[in-house]
Each structure stands twice: as C-alpha cells, then as structure tokens.
Design a protein around this ligand. Structure first.
Ligand SMILES: [Zn+2]
Length: 615
C-alpha cells in the first residue's frame, strides 16, 4: 500500500474528528468516570467493557483487548483499510482530500474501482432476474432438485446466465456502461481476433461473490449440463484477487464474533449446509487457505471447522492453510469426510444429522496430522509402530504448548507401546535440529534445562512489563520525561514492539512533538499494532507513586540489559577458553569487563538508589 497523504494532513483529519462523536454514531455511550463506556461491538458481552477516553482520544475494550484511536476504530467498525478510514473521516469533517500528482493516479484507480463495483451489482441483478424468466426456469428447477429452497437462492443472490453470447453485454451497453469497463470487470471477453466482445458466463448458474462491505467483487458460474469446465470464475480484476475472499462471508457483516465457522470448498457446499440449517458456513473456493483468508476467518470466528472433500483434506497445501489459521490464533478442527465426498453429498445422503455427527467427531489439527501419519503405516507390526512414532515425533516437535505436547506424547506412547521418554527425546532431537542446535542431555539434564528456560521466560516477562510501564508513565506525565530520557535510551528497550514505540516516543520528544497516547498511535507506521499500543499506553498505574514506580522499572530494565551483556561476554570468553586461550589479551579484557558488570549487578540488585551505580 503506497502512502498518499502527508502525516500532517492525516493528523488534521484525526484532530477534527472527536472520538466520542464518531463512536457515538455507532454505539450508545454512557458517561462513566472521566470517559464513556458502551457494549463492545467487537465481542459478545452483557456488561460494558468498551471505554472511550475523550481526554486521550482513544478507545479500549478490557474484554477483548481491541483499542486504538479514531482511525483504528473506523477501520475495525467499517472493515476498511487505513486510507479508506482516513478518507471517510475527512468527508465527515468536511476536509478536502488533497489532489497532488501522485494522488491523481490513485483517484483514477478509485474511480475505476467504484465503477466496477457498480457494474458488478447491475450484472448480479441481471443474472438474478434471468432466473424469473421463462428461459430461466430450467435453472431454477435444477437448483430446486438439489434441495435448495427459493429463500436460500435469494439470500445468496443466485442467478443464471442464459444460453446466449451477448445477453449481459447488450443489457449493460444499453444502460450506458462502456465496453472497456465490462472487460475490466471480467464480465465480457474480447474475441481472439480482437474485434468482437462476448459474455464470459453463458448457460450457467451464477454465484456472486460479495465482500464484507456488501460489494459484488466477482462471479462463479456452474454449468448444469455436460458442458466443461463445470465451474468458471471471474478473472483477477482491480477489485478481485484470488485468495482474498470467502464466499458467503458477507452475511456476517456487522455481527459480533461468532463462535464457530464451517469452511468448505465450493459454492454448492455452502448452499447445501445453509439449507440444512448450518448457517455459519463459507467457502474458501480452493483448498489451500491463504493468509488473507485465515485473517478473515479469525476476524469473524473463534474456531473454524474445515470440511473439505475427503481426498483434498490430506494434501499438504490444505494442511499448510490450516497451520496458517492456527498461527492467526483461530483453532482449526478438521471434519473427516469419506474420499470423493463433499458436504453437499453428505447432506443429500444422510441429512443434516449426518453432517452434525461428522462435526462432533472433528479432529484437532494435531490429531488430524497424526491420523494421516498413521494411515500410511501398518500398525500391527513393530516396524510400523516405530515408523509412526518417528513421524509423530516430528509432528509433536512443532507444538509450542508443553501441556498439549505432554498429552500427545502419552497418547502416542500408548498407541505404540514405545516409552514416553523415548518419544520425548526423539522430539527434542527434532526440535534441536530444526533450530540448528542439537540438545544432547539425559532426562535429568532436561529438567535442569527446562528450569533455566522457565526462569528466563519469567525474567523476560518482568522486563517487558517494566518497559511498558515506563512508556505508559512517560506518555502521561510531562514531569517524568527528563528522568526517563536521562536514564534510558530507546535502545535499552528489548521487546521489539516496546522498542519500536520507545524509538517513536523519543523521536517525538526530541522534535518537541506531543507524546499524548492518541498522537503517538497515529504516528505509527504499522496500524495493525494500534490496539496493542493503546493497551501498552493505558494500563492502570498508581500515579501518586509514579516516581518510585518509574525508578523501579528503570532498575529492572537496566539489570536485564547488564545481564544480557554479561551473557554475551561470557559466551565469547568460553570460546576463547575452548580455543586454548590463544587470544590472551582479549581474555584479560573480557574478565575485567565481566567483573565490572558483576559489580554493577550487585549494586543495582542490592540497593534501590541508582545514583553512581550504573552510568
Ligand atoms: Zn471487546
């Protein structure tokens, strides 16, 4: 996404849109304390945990953790990208959108985008109306024979392209749309000789693909006879890229989080399940879920049931898609369908209850991977069991959660008769080799190793918290700026996000710009982090003790940095020792340096007063 507007202009837009005014257009705000509260539109709740601060010009939900400034609010609420949200706010505030040279291209592109959405909508209506004509009857019959009721047809805006070459073309030309636009929208195709134009979709049932802003982005067409291919789709256009949309997702627009979403492969699967009473269903239109689709799913649902054709589900592309989904924080469950069977078949053969039974038996991603590993070996032989255990170890090595891993190790151990420890050590080898290090330790060693790791993780959590508290205090108390800046550099912050934020805040301090939370958030390049940043800048801190808290946090951060520095030096020292002390000068230097750090650690750990201690 190129940047088209200056930061000054964006700031002007933001400052002319009071967050309370904007939010209250969407939600009912109730005064509370120094701000307002409301029921959160982004998660389901009965008591309000969504708060708006007029002072800081930010919003934050204590229930689901979303937060940000007025621009982030519009982005979330309207499902818009950053520029779209800024433009909407500019219009609201009556601020003219700048027209520089660079903007002209962008404006042109936006005009075209708008025109394509419009012509697509006309086309969808045309296809729908076709269904109601005499010629359209056989399509309607076909749909009815598949068990799809007329209400479902209407809900999804189905239609049909009649058996002719210029039906849609003539309809749209007569309405005054230029032929180039019809081509750009992918509705009409230029003949190979380049003189003639004809309809892309002919003699097919038409499925409009609608985005979450209720715009028609593309079409799918299914033949009802023997015509091949069975399905054709719109080509990629200015408004449509493959892998960016989910068929049927538009029906969830403006809904709070739904608990689970069924993801299927094709249009007919969506219709069949919907008809069978499974309303929370979308199609990925392909088996390999993309990152964009995974994000869309995550945005709307906590859990996703993947119900793909039996033979497609096991393919590695499918599994990669599921892993993406898990990475996005949405737990996938895999519905096992028999080979060459899709959800549509299940509903037709066994009815809704048949599909419900499959949903109930859906497997977690790990269980699913294990079942694939098992299907390739003969579990009746010792060799088969061993081969399975090795494959399973590889799968389990990918699990980050220790508790989850423990459960699965026990399970695999039980299935194969191979001991828990043998599987664990196999997993650790796999883990080690995948990160480039091989951990060779006996089980006692492992325990010790794990304890050290746990302690380290706890320390990192403490430091991260201390860093966040410092940033939070800094942005809300002018009187602490000097002390903070004199004690810490932005480079002293170790958590990546904290460091990014610290760098930004320090830069703003240097440029004598405001470091109020809302101003800081709008200065971020990565708007995705806005919620997290708002979170960081607004934890409850006891302001009456702010100086003491600040000092303690600075101490924790400094200690951590000294320790890290010491670890690095010690590593270097060990290397020199291993090489037989060849570099004797460096060895001496290092021991002196480490000694110095040890003294500093003792000082800052032992007494609270830092003066004369570290710097
Ligand atoms: Zn919420």
């Amino acid at each position: 996404m190129g940047k088209f507007y200056s930061q000054e202009w964006i700031d002007e837009v933001r400052m002319n849109n009071d967050i309370v005014d904007v939010v209250s257009e969407y939600l009912t705000l109730t005064p509370s304390g120094r701000g307002f509260v409301a029921l959160c539109p982004f998660h389901n709740e009965k008591t309000p945990s969504f708060s708006v601060s007029p002072e800081k010009q930010i919003f934050h939900c204590f229930g689901c953790g979303v937060g940000g400034n007025v621009i982030s609010f519009i982005m979330k609420m309207e499902n818009m990208d950053f520029l779209e949200a800024v433009e909407l706010l500019a219009e609201k505030a009556g601020i003219a959108i700048p027209q520089t040279e660079q903007d002209k291209d962008y404006a042109k592109k936006r005009e075209k985008t708008k025109a394509i959405y419009q012509v697509n909508r006309e086309a969808a209506l045309y296809y729908y109306n076709n269904l109601l004509t005499k010629e359209g009857e056989r399509f309607l019959d076909y749909i009815a024979n598949r068990g799809i009721a007329i209400n479902t047809v209407k809900s999804f805006g189905l239609g049909c392209a009649l058996n002719r070459w210029d039906g849609l073309k003539n309809f749209l030309l007569k309405k005054g749309y230029p032929i180039e636009l019809l081509c750009d929208a992918g509705l009409v195709v230029k003949s190979s000789k380049g003189k003639d134009f004809y309809d892309r979709f002919r003699n097919r049932i038409i499925f409009p693909i609608i985005n979450t802003r209720n715009q028609v982005v593309a079409f799918g067409g299914r033949s009802i006879g023997d015509t091949l291919p069975k399905y054709i789709n719109s080509p990629e256009t200015v408004v449509y890229s493959k892998g960016y949309h989910l068929y049927g997702l538009n029906r969830f627009r403006g809904r709070a989080h739904i608990s689970d979403l069924i993801v299927v492969e094709g249009y007919m699967d969506v219709l069949a399940l919907y008809q069978g009473g499974f309303k929370n269903v979308v199609a990925s239109l392909g088996t390999a879920l993309t990152k964009h689709q995974a994000r869309l799913i995550k945005r709307y649902a906590k859990q996703a049931f993947i119900a793909y054709d039996g033979d497609a589900a096991g393919k590695s592309a499918t599994i990669r898609g599921l892993e993406l989904l898990e990475k996005e924080g949405c737990k996938p469950k895999v519905v096992s369908l028999p080979e060459d069977t899709d959800p549509d078949d299940i509903i037709r053969q066994y009815g809704p209850q048949g599909f419900q039974n499959l949903l109930n038996e859906a497997l977690s991603l790990t269980d699913f991977k294990l079942s694939i590993a098992k299907s390739g070996v003969d579990m009746d032989t010792q060799e088969g069991k061993a081969a399975y255990a090795i494959k399973a170890s590889e799968i389990l090595a990918g699990l980050d959660n220790a508790i989850e891993r423990d459960i699965y190790i026990k399970k695999v151990s039980k299935e194969t008769g191979i001991s828990y420890h043998a599987i664990l050590s196999e997993i650790q080898q796999k883990k080690g080799s995948s990160t480039g290090k091989i951990i060779k330790r006996n089980t006692n060693g492992n325990n010790r190793h794990n304890k050290i790791l746990t302690r380290k993780n706890e320390e990192i959590a403490d430091v991260t918290k201390a860093e966040r508290t410092v940033l939070c205090l800094l942005c809300q108390n002018q009187d602490l700026i000097e002390k903070t800046v004199n004690s810490l550099e932005w480079k002293d912050f170790s958590h990546p996000l904290n460091r990014q934020l610290a760098k930004l805040i320090y830069k703003r301090i240097e440029a004598e710009q405001s470091i109020q939370p809302a101003d800081v958030i709008s200065g971020l390049a990565e708007q995705d982090n806005a919620a997290l940043i708002a979170d960081i800048l607004e934890p409850p801190v006891d302001m009456t003790k702010r100086t003491i808290i600040l000092e303690e946090c600075i101490r924790v951060i400094k200690m951590h940095n000294i320790k890290r520095k010491k670890e690095k030096l010690q590593e270097e020292l060990e290397k020199i020792v291993q090489q037989g002390l060849e570099d004797h000068d460096r060895f001496r230097e290092l021991t002196l340096e480490i000694d110095k750090l040890n003294k500093q650690l003792k000082l800052s750990g032992g007494e609270q007063d830092l003066k004369g201690g570290i710097r």
